[in-house]
Design a protein around this ligand. Sequence first.
Ligand code: AMP
Ligand code: MG
Length: 497
Amino acid sequence: MTEVSELALPVFNFDNTFARTLEPFFVSWKAAEAQSPRLLQFNQELANELGLDAGALNTEAGAAIFSGNEVPTGSTPLAQVYAGHQFGGFSPQLGDGRALLLGEVIDSNGRRRDIQLKGSGKTPFSRGGDGKAALGPVLREYLIGEAMHALGIPTTRALAAVTTGEEIYRETVLPGAVLTRVASSHIRVGTFQYFAARQDTKNVKTLADYCIERHYPQLKDNDNPYLAFFDAVADVQSALVAKWMGVGFIHGVMNTDNMTISGETIDYGPCAFMDAYSPKTVFSSIDTHGRYAFGNQPSILVWNLARLAETLIPLIDPDTDQSVNILTERVSAIPSTHESYWLSEMAKKLGIQTATREDDALIKDFLTLLNDDSVDFSLAFRTLSGILRKNKKEAEDLYKNTSAFDEWVNRWTRRLKKNEDSPEQIADAIDQINPIYIPRNHMVEAALAAAVDATDMTLFSKLLSAITKPYDEVADASDYSLPAPKSDVPYQTFCGT
Ligand code: AMP
Ligand code: MG
């Protein structure tokens, strides 16, 4: 048998600015040896986008790289340091406890992307953890990240999932796996907090300069680049959370170490898509007080950004009081920034391309109907197009109080008459923004169970293809569009990634 180390390793054109520029922000590290790595899932389309040789990676050599056993030329594996508020309490020392940044590549669109292994073994930041990841959560992150991408929501993405051949220990013994994750960077609010908590203003400034250069180069010549940087992060995060609210996505663990500077969704641990609409929906088993409930996400957004603002105080103005005043004002403006993104997102879901203030009541009254009758969030929006195509039944069947729904439909259709577009055009636009296929919890669980318990990837592959074309209805796929059969046991997700 050919030894993997004798194989010519596929080429990555690494250009590692993080490793070159941010010495105090990481430790160089090597992945733990995986016993018998096997490439279970490979993202051909993403590999092409990254300018990688997909054919050469979808092989034994790829499995060796994506398990961490082989370090490709130009890679400088490192574990990043960060801190963070977890469920409101500050942890001054976190970091990549089971992840390694392999390096950065420039993709075919000229964008710089991190390539990171997750589940690659202990690092100096592992605290009590084993540094490993189980197959189920790795495939879950793969699926949900790809679903989010297909829904047009900024996100990290999965390039590969490898099984390591090892058993790892959670509540039960599980197969070990490594996820290769691609992000526009892995810098978090918590990265800023690490240095700010140590009153290390020099390094906060180094990090801010690096982030501006990498993510917001247009701000370099601004009068106050650090304030402009804060506004930019607040803006992308406000838009991101509005998009989550538009698809019923519950992140589940919006700690400050899980909130990126780039505005991408990161860390798909206990996340899930809401089925029946209720702002109080919580799926995570550890979120006992509902801090990260669906309807709380916009306030947590503001809370997290306030933590970022605190780290920037020394950079905004030499006078601390003045800095605090300026930043406080900026933080106070975030709710209205988020609300305007939300209004525009939700109005589009109703077929209204240009939202006005009055549309706010129309949207909120619709959500009240969904809440009152526990209507499936995704189907409620998707079936609106049917009404415009003179097929009201599918929508109406979702409601108990059909007269309240009919009344709302009358208001909504009156509002749509102000559009220039024909009902058929509006119906098409509604179908283009409201997915018919989301990763429904019971379908995700079934796909992961088959993969983990029976090494059968058939359900995973089918689900992946449905959710990566989320707007195009296909025949015989109602399993993927319908809510789970009613169950007495509420759905729960677990953080044990
Ligand atoms: P998360 O909840 O996945 O965002 O992780 C929070 C922190 O715990 C991060 O610093 C992770 O690196 C660390 N962590 C999570 N799981 C493990 C593990 N199995 N081994 C070591 N560190 C871990
Ligand atoms: Mg995390």
